[in-house]
Design a protein. Sequence first.
Length: 172
Amino acid sequence: MMQIQLAQCSDLPRIKEMYIQVAAAMMRSGLAVWDEVYPAEFVAEDIAQKRLYVLTEDKHLLAGFVLCRTHAHAVAVTWQHDDKRACYMDRLAVSVPCARKGIGTIALHYALSLAKMQGAQVLRLFVADTNLPAIAFYKKNGLSQCLGSYEEKIDDTLTLRFYGFEISVLES
């Protein structure tokens, strides 16, 4: 039976490993969005801040994501529901063996439910413009792309542009 729960400190090694494997798979497919540092090095802080959720089944780690009440770049986007209380999802990852089996959609639905339980009216997130599979996934699952973007300089050779997406949790 699948279940969603806050990640625990004891989960740290296997969650970091999942993120490292997902990043490596992304790199192999030509998506230079995540690497061996990001997002794996943020897992410990996410666990400590009680914002990292994991989806498991029979003790197998299927997916993980972060839910936050704020996002540093939220002002860069013109949100469709700017007057609504928001929750921000970040770092959604599906373990490599579970990719393309509907686990991402299940995790997204859990995120919507958790955001609603936390008093949010909308769920928002950012996606790198080069991450076309993620953009297609979010659109397929009913999220709308909003106007605006922000850029983040990763190093001298890489600057990523991020688009904002949102969906009402009240209608999901």
